[in-house]
Design a protein around this ligand. Structure first.
Ligand code: PHE
Length: 441
């Protein structure tokens, strides 16, 4: 039997979980979704969902992980409900899909670190994005990024994940604060903040249902929910910590960093008169490329920005790989290193199509965020809300006493409102996915 590790310190666990949450989702996906979906109204919908759906589900994953001390698939059998390992299977599948294109985008980021240093995109941001994002370069840097991720996971929980997160997460925060402070001095700052931060109540009300699916998908993605990262990470925890306190910290830091990323990015765009609503995965790269070309010391600023993005992406990517590696090592009794290598290679191959065609990448993104993660979350809400209620409540109060009423509210939130919202989002997501796939054919 493969020996299980545990986190060395509480801070180490919190940083690793925060590092998983904070990633391309906050700094790349969130700003372009916000921009495409009309700015501040989307921001409000997203924040509401993070608190009402995200927080209860982070807690649900923590409870399953810590109580079972198992990987996301093994956990359910360990808790005496082997049938529900379907949740883990959906999660692991989502992991393959997400990591496969996540590392492609990670590869773009690496090329942008280099491009900022050498000035390669100066004056031609759109052409540079095209050469970076599809074709041979994309595949090559995808492989390189995956190699970094695998190297960290191969080192294990303490010497790999925990140590890397402890250095990387604070660096991301510092780099983003520096950028946001610089952004605040630009002439476009107030216009950027207005677009980003002043919601139009009319849009919000008239379009609440329209905003819901994307806002929910983003809430899941950014909190690393629905695929068992939080189950796996909590399975390396002892009984002496407060799950509620830890989940609140992670949620607050993740949201803070998404907001900070918006504060850093929108002033740059408005300073250069770039329209933030032009859409799609290229937005941040092309638009910022334009901005960094024009700004004083733009190359330096660009380097700092992409370095932050690279570190943030790494700490998220290795959490995804860890979910699958934990499953493989524990189920097939294989050592961590060969397991990591095998999973990384398979995932790399799954991702190649997304490095050759941006519309395939978009399909993977929709499949993962609007279908698979939501399915995982929906099933988990049903499991905790209706099946494993007593065990879940007992685990929630282990390590810290909490008011009974809070526990009851948690269960009822999972039972009805969260299930209803996620069922709607899933229904909608299947439609969106079908459309996107039809568009490919
Ligand atoms: N939370 C990560 C981000 O925002 C992405 C992620 C999703 C990581 C799902 C793990 C699981 O970039």
């Amino acid at each position: 039997m493969v020996q299980r590790e545990s986190w060395a310190t509480r801070v180490g666990f919190i940083l690793a979980a925060t590092g998983s949450a904070v990633g391309l989702g906050n700094i790349w996906r969130f700003p372009f979704l916000t921009a495409d979906s009309g700015g501040a109204a989307f921001l409000v919908a997203y924040l509401v969902l993070v608190v009402t759906v995200g927080l209860p589900l982070v807690l649900a994953e923590f409870v399953v992980g810590r109580r079972s001390q198992r990987n996301v698939i093994g956990a359910f059998a360990e808790l005496g409900h082997a049938n529900w390992r379907l949740i883990g299977a959906v999660g692991a599948t989502a992991g393959f899909v997400i990591l496969s294109y996540y590392s492609v985008v990670g590869g773009w980021v690496m090329q942008y670190v280099l491009g900022s240093l050498t000035g390669a995109y100066t004056g031609n941001p759109a052409t540079y994005f095209d050469t970076v994002s599809v074709g041979a370069n994309a595949v090559l840097f995808d492989a390189l990024f995956m190699a970094f991720v695998a190297a960290i996971v191969a080192l294990g929980v303490r010497s790999g994940l925990e140590r890397a997160a402890t250095v990387m997460v604070p660096s991301v925060v510092v780099l983003l604060v520096v950028l946001a402070a610089y952004g605040a001095t630009l002439p476009g700052a107030s216009e950027g903040y207005a677009f980003y931060l002043s919601p139009d109540p009319a849009t919000l009300l008239s379009d609440a249902f329209g905003l819901l699916p994307d806002a929910a998908g983003q809430a899941f993605f950014t909190l690393s929910l629905g695929m068992g990262v939080m189950v796996t990470y909590a399975s390396y925890l002892g009984d002496d910590r407060s799950l509620v306190a830890d989940s609140l910290i992670i949620l607050v830091v993740d949201t803070f960093i998404a907001l900070l990323a918006g504060l850093a990015i929108f002033p740059f765009l408005f300073a250069e008169g770039v329209d933030p609503g032009t859409g799609g995965p290229g937005t941040v790269f092309v638009a910022l490329g334009t901005a960094f070309t024009a700004l004083p010391a733009g190359r330096l600023v660009g380097t700092v920005f992409y370095l932050a993005l690279f570190l943030a992406a790494l700490t998220s990517a290795f959490s995804i790989l860890e979910v699958i590696v934990a499953y493989v090592t524990e189920t097939f009794d294989i050592d961590r290193r060969p397991a990591t290598l095998a999973v990384a290679v398979v995932t790399f191959f799954v991702g190649i199509p997304t490095a050759l065609d941006l519309s395939v990448l978009t399909v993977y993104d929709i499949l993962a965020n609007q279908v698979l993660l939501i399915t995982g979350g929906l099933l988990l809400a049903l499991f905790i809300g209706w099946v494993y209620t007593d065990g879940a409540l007992a685990e929630l109060t282990t390590g810290s006493a909490i008011d009974d009423r809070l526990g009851t509210a948690w269960i009822w939130l999972l039972r009805l409102p969260i299930v209803a919202v996620l069922a709607y989002v899933l229904f909608n997501g299947v439609g969106v996915l079908a459309e996107a796939v039809a568009g490919l054919l």
